[in-house]
Design a protein around this ligand. Sequence first.
Ligand code: PLP
Length: 452
Amino acid sequence: MNDLRSLPSIEQLLQTRTAAELIASFGRPLTLDAIRHVLSDIRSAYKDQSTIPQRHLVLDLAREQLEAWTAPTLISVINATGVVLHTNLGRAPLSKSALQALASLSGGYSTLEYDLELGNRGSRGVHAEELLRRITGAEAALVVNNNASAVFLILSALAKRKRVIISRTQLVEIGGGFRIPDVMKQSGARLVEVGATNRVNLLDYQEALQEPAALVLHAHQSNFKIIGFTSEPSLSEIASLAHEYNVLFVDDLGSGALLDTTRFGLSHEPTVQESLAAGTDLVCFSGDKLLGGPQAGIIAGRADLIAKIRRHPIARAVRADKLCLAALSATLLHYLKDEAEREVPVWQMIAKTRREIEIHARHWQENLGIGEIIEGFSTIGGGSLPGETLPTYLFALKIEQPNQFLKRLRSANPPIIARVQDEYVVFDPRTILPDQDGALLVGLQNAIKGIV
Ligand SMILES: *Cc1c(COP(=O)(O)O)cnc(C)c1O
């Protein structure tokens, strides 16, 4: 019968063994939704003389629908792009011990705000914040949700309805809609711009300081570079000048390197320690950029200011959760023990030598029996060290339709994210984590099968 009346009813479908299995796997309400959805699709696609699908086919379609509805969207991928802090791919991968800390804490209760000695309420400030004090030499520290909220919180707590002086060279948009001038406006601070787009000098700051101000803000340019006819005073010069006028000096460092990037052939990224040593009252930076930890915003500096910020209502709204504090503490311990270069994946990747990378790429080439090894560049990404590159070797495949091939790679399990350089699809060993190497080779092998 080619008639809609022959379509099985929900009741009939529910009596089958397959339906019982679907209910066991996906729950009754969702299974019912899926069956209704499929039946309604069949009805609306029906034309005279179409074949009406039988029960098992309707249930197959329902299973597909259920699988699509319940498939996770946040999944692991293999980052073969060579961009170490790829913002779209979740920035910094965590260290082994940060993962262990997450695993052992997340399934149970913890001393998040509990003092074991006294047997009563403790402070969540004793975990990562104590480590930050030791590592940076700051008097105090505060951990919040991310660096965007750190900037917002500092301005809200210290500069509401007051003037905040910032150079026009630093009115940056970090990405994702985070623009320094907009954040200032939202916090209630009054923006006072000084200098020109490419140059600012101490006299510009001094003129603005003739009227009362809450603070001078310095923001790291992060994701762009001004080249050519440029100049900016040093942090310590701005700090001394601000202090002469009894005005605070705050440095939004962005990536918050704790290690010296020049050791790895990169240009100099201002470190947290240097910024504090230059006389800044507060610095703030991200947890998941060059620090190599979880998403977090860290404020470090003068204890009296941190105490004031901690009491502000927004501090409660943007506070860090236990998982963040667990992973951040584990990451910070690597710095305290002077083992960050060995243990923090971001620094392991940056520290890889060209020779190591070449050997890795040749290993892929031998395994797959295809491809070339070419020279190229990895980048840091994540709004850190713009324009800075690290020389690398790439495993390269000459492909007729590179975009189609990239798509195939993205449908691998786990998905492989590669990039195109000239007429090649290229894979940078720098950003491949050791335990992903096998999966990468299998995924590549399958993708190649389809084209050669
Ligand atoms: C990245 C960055 C931010 C934003 O930090 P998130 O942790 O992503 O919120 C703010 N300021 C600067 C200078 C940055 O580089």
